[in-house]
Design a protein around this ligand. Sequence first.
Ligand SMILES: Cc1cc2nc3c(=O)[nH]c(=O)nc-3n(C[C@H](O)[C@H](O)[C@H](O)COP(=O)(O)OP(=O)(O)OC[C@H]3O[C@@H](n4cnc5c(N)ncnc54)[C@H](O)[C@@H]3O)c2cc1C
Ligand code: FES
Length: 282
Amino acid sequence: MNEILEKKQLNPTVKLMVINSPLMAKKAKPGQFVIVRVDEKGERIPLTIADYDSEKGTVTIIFQEVGMSTKKLGKLDVGDKLHDFVGPLGTPVEFSKDTKRVLAIGGGVGVAPLYPKVKMLNKNGASIDSIIGGRSAEYVILEDEMRAVSDNLYITTDDGSKGRKGFVTDVLKELIEKGNKYDEVIAIGPLIMMKMVCRITKEYNIPTMVSMNPIMIDGTGMCGGCRVTVDGETKFACVDGPAFDGLKVDFDEAMRRQAMYKDMEKKALEQYEHECKLGGIL
Ligand SMILES: Cc1cc2nc3c(=O)[nH]c(=O)nc-3n(C[C@H](O)[C@H](O)[C@H](O)COP(=O)(O)OP(=O)(O)OC[C@H]3O[C@@H](n4cnc5c(N)ncnc54)[C@H](O)[C@@H]3O)c2cc1C
Ligand code: FES
């Protein structure tokens, strides 16, 4: 159990791992996540279930190496075991039968949590336009997978090195202004991207689902670390989400909360990299 069966580098900072976890693979649903611990003293890392195969008993995670814990995770190899792999956590995402026309928008590693939802909608017979974006060509992930489950796929990069130059929101505006009608928009990516998407979809009154990634500790609704304000009410992303009605989320508060531990995270990473380098010399 918890053995890494496959490891792939998707871009300079994003890795995919297929984990042997038969019980979780049987229960997992789109929209849910796992909490990973690399070793006994490791931090808990919440990661979306990017894919699962109940027959093979596998769960796929896709993660960006941003700080100490995700860098440690990225150093593991095929055959290694994760110390803890807990889940599925969170509320699965459900779509109404009337959701026939969907616009899916993913930014950076946000395409990983977007993919299982689009895959499910495609299986349900919905017609899907997708926009995926990245800083530059190498940061656009899961292009083939997203193309396979979308009717139309648009790609944007900030620097124009792949697809259209610009942001995912530029294509969003264009598609709406061209007269395309959508029953629902799903947007997953950096908080600022989701905020900007919602600003546009609010104008056109299009229901919009987002997936929040606040700091999480226990993942079971007890610590309060993951609180987000939705429609003026306090919600816990780990049990009430992580998917929420984007038109009602207080993004400014979420951004302030996400920045709270920046200094401590930076220090932990510096110390880890320093220890790694010393380890290499000794
Ligand atoms: C429900 C959920 C699903 C997620 N799915 C994915 C995914 O599929 N792929 C992916 O790359 N990332 C995902 N994340 C974000 C991921 O958990 C963080 O990037 C990771 O914990 C960073 O850890 P670190 O120690 O490497 O970085 P740190 O240096 O500790 O932090 C860098 C940044 O990561 C975020 N972060 C750190 N710790 C946590 C934590 N415990 N909970 C939430 N965010 C944290 C903060 O924004 C922080 O500024 C998800 C987060 C949540 C809450
Ligand atoms: S992570 Fe503790 S309440 Fe959600």
